[in-house]
Each structure stands twice: as structure tokens, then as C-alpha cells.
Ligand binder design. Structure first.
Ligand code: FAD
Length: 489
């Protein structure tokens, strides 16, 4: 935790008495921060605009079956989320993906349609362009072009190359368009051109210089990853919201308060402290606070903080992607065969959806809940490149588009009468941490916020997308703010 000195527990309890920190936002970041604060007996009030905690973590019933509608897993990297899950008594719910379905597929490949995404690559970049599974997607022409990477000198590789430019120049546009772009769009919601390889694939540039080729660099990086496992993801039986529900319960057990349906509208100075204005059930009200942690998405966070944090712009420098995820429950015995493994990424421009997850094929806990022949499928729309194709559609029309995309992506007819239920969820994300300029923008935002006394901010827009980033960052930031509250004179 930034090497901060341990507390002198002597008069800590006394100092904590009567002090209060308000956390704005009850997503994973806000709830983790609130739990840290409550541990030291500081009063904590969490307010959230929504009627349920969890933010981008949303689990709910579709056609009577509990499913994840937003985040569906956590990365094991760093061990932070697993530790939290343990502490909250949820360890027996942790599950691994994979029910013998193989991996993901790529769809929209010119000439062939869909094929399994080749194994063993890094961000979709293959280690061996002539491997059968790679050649199937890029063809002989693409494979020979990609092979040029092995024989061309490594002269011009600097750190300024975007991932897109790097892949195109070394291995050609078929590798870029058919293997790498589906991964960056589907996973990062970003174009490969905007991705900084130094952040998305640390070590790739150095390996490139050592190995003398991009495919050689991928092979050596993939080897290292195998030797140091940690790239894996795991899920929670019952859905990821069991984690945020447990966090909210832990905050309340420790004496904190979680107020839902209570959007914060402003933060106001109040002598040495702060007032958080919220839109309560009976109109505007204020909550007095010694410290405040803003834990919303980027846009509302900037709006709340900008009046106090000098130099912090009210709007994101680059607006992040909007993403819509439509969860469908369908009666389709044909899907028992898991025709597209755990799901499908699409070649950008080939489909209106960017990705599909066959949840019943990916998660045993989901499959176990289903009647024979019933399947859950999640269809995702929207990336930095283009707004969701579902924008402007009502939920029924969006679900109908998702069903026709699912039918196409799964290579299985799905008629409207096979649809047993659906849910449409919309998310505003921030720019992915791996895009150019984002690290600097984040550093500037953090510096501006840290200059404001007893105010902090957590969440994916600062820490990077994903629970493996959000959780440890929220713990560290909560510690910084509670120290400021406890030890400021
Ligand atoms: C579709 C999707 C799938 C994902 N899948 C995964 C995955 O599988 N694994 C993974 O690790 N990560 C995944 N992520 C990313 C992960 O979910 C997020 O990084 C993380 O949950 C973000 O948490 P957060 O606390 O930063 O913010 P959020 O969860 O966005 O929470 C912000 C909260 O602030 C509240 N709020 C906003 N404005 C106000 C206001 N004015 N007053 C009060 N409250 C306000 C919102 O209602 C919300 O509850 C996914 C994200 C999305 C969108």
C-alpha cells in the first residue's frame, strides 16, 4: 500500500469516533473502499444512484434463472480478488470456466465464416503462422505474408508503434484484421490502432528485440505465461453479484450504511469538512463528511470532483465506449453440442454484435440450472469504434436483433418462439488503460484529485478495467483517505 507506515493503534479508535467518510458509488470499487474504512471504526455512508449495489456487476434472473448480466468473472492475477472472496466467506462458490467446450471462435472471416480462435497467441497474434488453426483463419496467403516477419530485420521497432501498426507491418493485414482486431474490439472495446502494446502486452517489445521477430516474441512470451500461470479467470457460482452483495452486507455489519436510489449531485465545502448533496426520496439533502471517496464511473466522477480539483476537466478527454450486453435464454437442443465453444469474437465490420458468450457452455454452474436443451447466451454490442447497434432500439427490438445475431454467430437457427426470456443492460465504460494517452490522462487526474484534502477517487476509470485492478487500487486509496481523515489536525 504505497509503503505507508503501519498505524499506531493507540488512539486510533478514539480518533475514528465521530468521523465519517461518504463513498459515492456502490460498485466494486466503492464497496471495497467502504469496507476498508469501516474496519477502522470510522463511520461510512455509501450512496448510489441505482436501486441495487454492484454497478457493472449485475446478476439477476432471466426466464427465472439467475445469471450474470455484466461482469461474469475475475482475473486471478495478483490474487487480490481471490483474497477478498475468501475474506467474505465465498471461497466455496469459486468456479473455473470450461465445460469441455474448447475456447472461443472468431466469426466473419472472409471466405470461411467462423473458425476456432487459434490457441497460444498473445492478443490474437500467432506464434506460428503456419499452424493449422492459424492458417485456417488467415489462409496460405496470410500465412506466407505473416512469415515475412521471421525474415525481415527488426529495424524500426520502437515504443511508439500502436499494436495495429506493429502487427500490420510485421505480419500483414490478415493477421491484424482476422485475429488481432476481433480480440481488441471484443475484449478491450478498442481498435488495435489505439492500443499501446507496452501496456496491453508488457514485455512484447523487449521480446521482439531479443527474438528478432514478432511471432518469435509471442512464442517466448506465451512460454513465460505458461511457466507463471496467472492469466486465468474464475467465476462465482450464483453470479458475481454475490461478491458485491456480500461487500454491501459487510459494510453494514461493520456499522456502515448503504443508501440506494440516492444519487449524489454535488460535493460542497463545509469548513474543514465536506457536504455531499444527494437527491433523497424527499428531495435534496446533505450528508456531512470528514472525507469523501468518489467511486462512480468517469463522467459523473469528473462532474463531482472538477469544482474542487484544480485542472481536472469536467468531461473525459476521450469518451469511453458504450457497451450493451443482451442476455438471452433460449430453448435450443442444437446448442447442447456447443457449436462455437465458449463464445465468438467477430471480425470488426462483419456483424452488428462484437462478441457472444455461450454461458451454458462456459460455466458449469449456469448449465446446471438449465432444463434440458435450454441455454443462456450473452450478445455484446458497441466499442470505441462504433456505438452499440442497439442504440435507439427499445428492449424488445434490441433483444430481437441480439437473437438474430446469436443465430448467425452460433451457426444455429434461433426463431423468436425459442426465446424464453431476455435482459438488456447498458454500460458506459472509460477508455481502456491500454490505449495511447490513457496512462498520462489517469496520472493527471489522480494528481489533481490527491491535491484536494481528504478527497479520494476509486474505480475502473482510474485503476483500469477489471476487478483485478479495481480491488487493490480501492484498498490503497481508502487507506490514503482514512489516514488523511484520522491524522489531519
Ligand atoms: C459488460 C461488462 C463486462 C465485464 N466483465 C468483466 C469480467 O468478466 N471480469 C472483470 O474483472 N471485470 C469485468 N468488467 C469490468 C468490471 O465490471 C469493472 O471494471 C468494475 O466492476 C468497475 O467497478 P467500479 O467500482 O469502478 O464502477 P461501477 O461498477 O461502474 O460502479 C459505479 C457506481 O456508481 C454509481 N453512480 C454513478 N453516478 C452516481 C452518482 N451521481 N451518485 C451516486 N452513485 C452514482 C453507479 O450507479 C454505479 O453503481 C466488465 C465490465 C462490463 C461493462
Amino acid at each position: 500500500m504505497d509503503g505507508a507506515a503501519p498505524y499506531d493503534l493507540g488512539d486510533l479508535h478514539e480518533r475514528a469516533q465521530g468521523s465519517r467518510i461518504v463513498v459515492i458509488g456502490a460498485g466494486a470499487g466503492g464497496l471495497v473502499a467502504a469496507r476498508e474504512i469501516a474496519k477502522l471504526d470510522i463511520g461510512v455512508t455509501v450512496v448510489d444512484a441505482a436501486s441495487r449495489p454492484g454497478g457493472a456487476i449485475r446478476s439477476a434472473e432471466v426466464a427465472g434463472i439467475p445469471l450474470d448480466l455484466g461482469a461474469e468473472s475475475f482475473a486471478t492475477r495478483g490474487g487480490h480478488v481471490a483474497k477478498l472472496v475468501d475474506e467474505l466467506g465465498l471461497a466455496d462458490r469459486v468456479v473455473d470456466p470450461g465445460t469441455g467446450a474448447g475456447g472461443a471462435w472468431v466469426a466473419g472471416v472472409p471466405g470461411i465464416g467462423a473458425a476456432p480462435l487459434p490457441a497460444g497467441g498473445v492478443l490474437g497474434i500467432p506464434g506460428n503462422p503456419f499452424a493449422d488453426d492459424v492458417r485456417r483463419v488467415i489462409g496460405w496467403r496470410g500465412a506466407w505474408r505473416a512469415y515475412l516477419d521471421r525474415v525481415r530485420p527488426v529495424l524500426t521497432i520502437g515504443h511508439a508503434h500502436s499494436l495495429g501498426a506493429l502487427v500490420r507491418s510485421r505480419m500483414g493485414s490478415r493477421v491484424l484484421d482476422r485475429l488481432v482486431a476481433p480480440v481488441t474490439t471484443g475484449v478491450y472495446s478498442a481498435s488495435a490502432e489505439d492500443i499501446d502494446p507496452d501496456i496491453a502486452a508488457p514485455g512484447l517489445n523487449q521480446a521482439l528485440t531479443r527474438a528478432g521477430s514478432l511471432s518469435g516474441a509471442v512464442l517466448s512470451l506465451a512460454e513465460k505465461r505458461k511457466a507463471a500461470p496467472g492469466g486465468a479467470v474464475r467465476g462465482l457460482r450464483g453470479g458475481m453479484a454475490t461478491l458485491t452483495d456480500a461487500l454491501a452486507a459487510a459494510v453494514e455489519e461493520a456499522g456502515g450504511e448503504v443508501r440506494l436510489g440516492a444519487p449524489a449531485t454535488r460535493i460542497l465545502e463545509d469548513g474543514d469538512g465536506w457536504l455531499v448533496e444527494i437527491e433523497g426520496e424527499d428531495g435534496p439533502e446533505t450528508i456531512a463528511a470528514d472525507g469523501v471517496i468518489v467511486a462512480t464511473e468517469e463522467r459523473p466522477a469528473r462532474r463531482l470532483l472538477a469544482p474542487h480539483a484544480e485542472g481536472l476537466a469536467e468531461d473525459p478527454p476521450v469518451p469511453g465506449p458504450s457497451v450493451t450486453v443482451i442476455t438471452l435464454v433460449v430453448q435450443s437442443p442444437e446448442l447442447d453440442a456447443k457449436p462455437r465453444g465458449t463464445g465468438v469474437l467477430t471480425v470488426p465490420g462483419s456483424h452488428r454484435a462484437k462478441a457472444l458468450t455461450h454461458s451454458t457452455a462456459k460455466w458449469q454452474w449456469v448449465a446446471e440450472q438449465m432444463e434440458p436443451g435450454v441455454h443462456a447466451v450473452r450478445v455484446s454490442f458497441g466499442s470505441a469504434e462504433e456505438p452499440p447497434a442497439t442504440d435507439g432500439l427499445d428492449d424488445a427490438a434490441a433483444a430481437s436483433l441480439a437473437l438474430s445475431e446469436a443465430s448467425d454467430l452460433l451457426g444455429t437457427p434461433l426463431a423468436p418462439e425459442q426465446l424464453l426470456g431476455y435482459r438488456v443492460e447498458r454500460f458506459d465504460q472509460s477508455q481502456p488503460a491500454a490505449t495511447f494517452g490513457q496512462a498520462e490522462a489517469t496520472r493527471q487526474a489522480r494528481d489533481a484529485i490527491r491535491a484536494v484534502p481528504r478527497i479520494g477517487a476509486v474505480g475502473a476509470w482510474l485503476a483500469g478495467t477489471g476487478l483485478a485492478q479495481v480491488v487493490p487500487d480501492a484498498i490503497a486509496e481508502a487507506d490514503r483517505v482514512r489516514r488523511a481523515v484520522l491524522f489531519s489536525e
